[in-house]
Design a protein around this ligand. Structure first.
Ligand code: FAD
Length: 401
């Protein structure tokens, strides 16, 4: 940002508009502290006298916004298969690309990952750009940030979507900083503004008390991360084909400052919750860790996994990795059984897209019953053992099922 001193009247509107206090008024004329300025453009909008111009307006250093085109999705495939979150983002990316009349491109870093391209096409990609290098075989912040930066500078997408996974949350902000653009984290809704064509990035704010829609008016690409399970997985169409391209990535070992020494089974397990088809979840009504042992038995009988409310997690009955909700994992199972969970808005935010919700609660007024497909008013310690007995009985009678 630059002040045009001749046009500045010293009105102070820009000072009030700056969210980081980077503008002051020495001698009655605005002055921007370049080190503090985050280039958000708020002062540009606030100035009534055209006395502030951005680098992009001067055509220096920054490419014009309309030179960016298309939607890119960062695909996590280092584990040998594209993650479900990546495919969910491709499905959403397809919608956004169609709304913009543009192409959808999958950015696939790794080593020997070409075999994943067919699946990416089936979920909507028009182009699959392989960012291959031996040093990208395993994830590293530096390596992936460098590869994705190369791709974005070459392809110049107007939108870039990233999963809010451990990897996405790590690489996303670094990439945004390298590209000098904004990043809206943990979006729950993405849409195109029909008037401006900008990406509307909606996410909960102020502890979930309101939904904020954020735009990136002055920089490209418009970058957003999206939590696993939030976007619906589209239908796979194996008849679709994508153009497969390879982008040369130059990397040296010295550029990668971290080294992976192994992975912990415990951490791998938590991704199971996001992709689980059956979840048996417990809340404060389970009374203690022993209550969760009962839920595990029910989950095993159904071939599912256990989840929890924040109250149960904060009581120390189960690890935080199993928390469902706004500050936990967003899930979309076929069957969600909520046991002793009241149904607070922050819990519902993470599970109400489940295919079928069964609630067991002794309070018939509990809000969870408003979203439940089936409600059982009763004591979990009577209902759950009975369900387990019935399921085990059914399994013994029909061993094939
Ligand atoms: P409670 O609300 O105490 O409900 C317990 C339920 O158990 C009651 O309905 C009761 O009738 C029933 N019950 C008791 N005994 C029995 C029994 N024997 N048999 C049957 N039913 C019984 N919460 C989350 O879950 N996930 C989040 O991600 C999350 N994020 C949050 C973020 C913020 C910023 C804030 C402010 C809160 C968040 N919360 C979250 C907390 C949320 O507001 C609730 O406090 C929490 O979900 C309540 O958990 P609960 O339903 O287990 O407990």
């Amino acid at each position: 940002m630059r002040i045009l001193k001749d046009l500045c009247t010293g009105c102070g509107l820009c000072v009030n508009s700056c969210p980081v206090g980077a503008i002051d008024m020495p001698g009655g004329r605005a002055n921007i502290d370049a080190k503090s300025c985050i280039d958000c453009g708020a002062c540009l909008d606030a100035c009534n006298f055209g006395a502030i111009e951005s680098e992009s307006e001067r055509g220096e250093a920054v490419d014009p916004l309309d030179s960016y085109r298309g939607v890119c999705v960062f695909i996590e495939g280092a584990g040998g298969a594209a993650t479900r979150t990546s495919l969910e983002l491709l499905s959403k990316g397809r919608e956004l690309a169609d709304a913009r009349g543009a192409a959808l491109c999958a950015l696939l870093p790794g080593d020997g990952v070409e075999r994943l391209a067919g699946e990416l096409a089936a979920y909507g990609a028009d182009r699959v750009v392989l960012l291959e290098h031996p040093l990208l075989k395993e994830y590293s912040t530096d390596g992936y940030a460098a590869a994705l930066e190369t791709a974005v500078r070459a392809l110049k997408p107007e939108i870039l979507l990233i999963g809010a996974t451990f990897i996405g949350r790590d690489v996303g902000p670094r990439l945004a900083a390298r590209l000098h653009t904004g990043l809206t984290a943990d979006c729950t809704g993405l849409a195109i503004d029909p008037e401006t064509g900008r990406l509307l990035q909606t996410r909960p704010a102020f502890g979930g008390n309101l939904m904020a829609t954020i735009i990136t008016p002055n920089h490209r690409p418009q970058m957003a991360t999206v939590r696993p399970g939030v976007m619906e997985l589209g239908k796979k169409d194996d008849s679709r084909a994508a153009k497969i391209e390879r982008l040369e990535i130059s990397l040296s070992e010295g550029e990668i400052k971290t080294r992976s020494v192994g992975s912990m089974q415990a951490l791998l397990h938590c991704s199971g919750l996001a992709g689980a088809e059956v979840i048996v979840s417990g809340g404060r009504g389970m009374k203690g860790a022993e209550g969760f042992a009962l839920l595990r038995e029910l989950a095993d009988a159904l071939g599912g996994t256990v989840g929890a409310s924040r109250a149960a997690v904060e009581s120390g009955w189960i690890d935080k990795r199993f928390q469902v909700g706004q500050t936990g994992t967003t899930v979309r199972p076929k069957l969600y059984i909520a046991c002793g969970i009241s149904g607070a808005i922050q819990h519902l935010a993470g599970m109400q897209s489940a295919g079928c919700i069964v609630a067991i609660n002794k309070n018939r007024e509990a809000p969870i019953f408003r979203v439940a497909d089936y409600g059982i008013v009763g004591d979990v310690f009577q209902v759950v053992p009975q369900l387990i007995r019935e399921l085990k009985g059914a399994a013994t009678e029909n061993p094939q099922q």
